[in-house]
Design a protein around this ligand. Structure first.
Ligand SMILES: [Zn+2]
Length: 172
């Protein structure tokens, strides 16, 4: 290592040292500072490692080109995987209505993706109101038995299960 470092021009050694210095300073500052700085830090550390790799092994330009291509390929895969997981997330958050027993049910999600505000609605899509014998649609007059707390609890478990299994359809 010492012998190799002797062969390196002082200018490159200075640049490598500066990159190392700056990246360590940023690492120190980084505690509690936003993602932007984190990214710069990671890039600088990557550059430093790359320079050290070139200095240590005196790699040819082709090896560098291949490494850059591999790096871009890896970044592309990471980007694609992230994209897929995002679309899955958006997909399931649009799943807000389904059938449970003979009720058509609807719900929302809170920030922790928990089901909230679950209730039965009419098959015509209208909200129901309570009457003496159950729930009634003010739009089409269709009546349903009460969708009580116990039913809500059971229906939530079924909906979580369907989400987990990917076994659901999003109503347009
Ligand atoms: Zn109705």
């Amino acid at each position: 290592m010492k012998k190799i470092l002797k062969n390196v021009s002082p200018r490159i050694k200075f640049i490598a040292a500066m990159v190392g210095f700056v990246s360590s300073i940023i690492t120190i500052i980084n505690f509690g500072i936003e993602n932007f700085i984190k990214i710069i830090k990671n890039v600088l550390i990557g550059v430093l490692h790359f320079i050290l790799l070139i200095l240590t092994f005196k790699v040819s330009i082709w090896v560098i080109v291949v490494l850059i291509i591999i790096l871009f390929f890896v970044l592309w895969i990471v980007y694609k995987v992230k994209d897929l997981s995002n679309s899955y997330e958006v997909d399931f958050l649009n799943y807000k209505t389904d059938m449970y027993k003979n009720w058509k049910i609807t719900w929302n999600y809170d920030n922790a993706y928990k089901i909230i505000n679950m209730r039965a609605i009419c098959v015509c899509g209208c909200e129901l109101f309570d009457n003496y014998y159950g729930e009634e649609c003010p739009n089409c007059g269709q009546t349903y038995s009460y969708f009580n707390a116990k039913d809500i609890d059971a229906a939530k478990k079924v909906i979580y299960y369907r989400i987990k299994q990917g076994d659901y359809k999003i109503e347009q």
